[in-house]
Write a protein that binds this ligand. Structure first.
Ligand SMILES: Nc1ncnc2c1ncn2[C@@H]1O[C@H](COP(=O)(O)OP(=O)(O)O)[C@@H](O)[C@H]1O
Ligand SMILES: [Mg+2]
Length: 357
């Protein structure tokens, strides 16, 4: 049944931190809240967890309303049957791995000891820590400690998994491994998950769907591929990966750059005459060619002038003036500053933002 959040509001003092956020997470789905620091991701997650009392809107988990601002419903965290993993592992140093994982079931009080032992064994097997159950946290690496936290989150067979930046205390190599591990476990258990991060790489690689947030509201949501390749909003294009923008105007027949070049933009065949929209071009789809070189078949070429260059080793990063906009592009060829060049790309690699971007 998953999770349904509808018009969630959270106010601190005179600030509305979460402002009418709505989204759903289907059964087994992995949904990420992605946005800059301070945009209200943790607050949203804490409302779902019941750690904060929402000021408005409703939260349903597995078909049951656990929070309703207007009806004054606010189920406690322990009544919501959640598994939570946070940035700080919050595991007890004086307890063994097995004791840490058993802890939530012991607090619940309703589970028999042999059933607890079996659940702990199962959870530790799922996260691959079966052999380390008698160790203390000080005898574990950071990644292993985070897996103890993960085992503790799943031991009670929760209906929902909540993650708040769980990888940010790990070094880069461990982060990649643990990220793959979290994805695997979530898919294996088929528990709906809400994952909070400011890291676009985590969001793109782990999620079925990403909800982009800014200033307490939802900017847009979609699959990682759609948000990266076909964002509606400028905020999304800028926040997820580096984007170049080019103003395009529909002259009644074609999309034109500010210096009059016509461009075919698949899927955007018309607009109101005179309407201007921003086109998005990702640096990695662009090639830089000498202005007098022939343009490869199937490519679109825009005239430009090199403004600056930075040698990066495998490639040189160029900033290029194209129709009054500064476009960043990579090339392994050498073009001196001020040289005339062509920036080329395939028509399917240019994308127009929405009119209300
Ligand atoms: N308990 C609180 N009291 C007052 N303001 C808070 C509280 N918790 C968070 N905030 C504020 O709410 C905003 C959003 O915080 P948070 O949800 O933690 O953002 P994020 O997780 O996206 O970085 C921030 O400006 C933060 O200072
Ligand atoms: Mg946060």
């Amino acid at each position: 049944m998953g999770i349904r959040i509808s018009k969630l509001v959270k106010i601190y003092g005179s600030s509305t931190i979460v402002n009418q956020i709505s989204f759903e997470v289907a059964d087994g789905e992995f949904v990420t809240l992605l946005g800059p620091s301070g945009c209200g991701k943790t607050t949203t997650l804490r409302c779902i967890a019941g750690l904060e009392r929402a000021d408005g809107g409703t939260i349903e988990i597995d078909g049951a309303v656990v929070s309703d601002g207007s009806l004054g419903i606010h189920a406690g965290t322990h009544e919501r049957n959640l598994g939570m993993v946070f940035q700080s592992y919050a595991i007890w140093p004086h307890m063994t791995v097995a004791q840490n994982v058993a802890f939530p079931l012991q607090v619940r009080g309703s589970t028999r000891n042999d059933a607890i032992d079996e659940a702990v064994r199962w959870a530790l097997d799922v996260v691959g820590l079966g052999a380390l159950s008698q160790r203390h946290p000080s005898e574990l690496s950071g990644g292993q400690q985070q897996r103890v936290a993960l085992a503790r989150a799943i031991v009670g067979k929760p209906k929902v998994l909540l993650f708040d930046e769980p990888l940010s205390n790990l070094d880069a190599r461990l982060r990649d491994r643990t990220r793959a591990e979290i994805s695997r476990i979530q898919k294996e258990l088929a528990i709906p998950a809400v994952y909070v991060t400011h890291d676009q790489g985590e969001a793109l690689s782990m999620s079925d769907r990403v909800i982009v947030m800014s200033g307490g509201v939802t900017v847009e949501e979609g699959s990682p591929r759609d948000l990266y390749q076909r964002p509606r909003k400028r905020f999304t294009a800028e926040f997820i990966g580096a984007a170049n923008f080019l103003a395009m105007t529909w002259d009644g027949q074609a999309w034109k750059t500010a210096d009059g070049a016509s461009l075919a933009i698949p899927g955007h065949s018309s607009a109101a005459p005179g309407e201007t929209r921003q086109a998005v071009l990702r640096s990695e789809v662009l090639h830089v060619e000498a202005a007098d070189a022939p343009v490869s078949a199937g490519y679109t070429a825009l005239r430009g002038k090199v403004l600056g260059q930075q040698y990066m080793g495998p490639y040189t990063e160029y900033s290029i003036d194209v129709a009054g906009a500064t476009i960043m592009a990579h090339s392994s060829a050498e073009f001196p500053v001020a040289s005339p060049v062509h920036v080329t790309f395939r028509p399917q690699d240019i994308h127009l933002l929405a009119a209300d971007a």
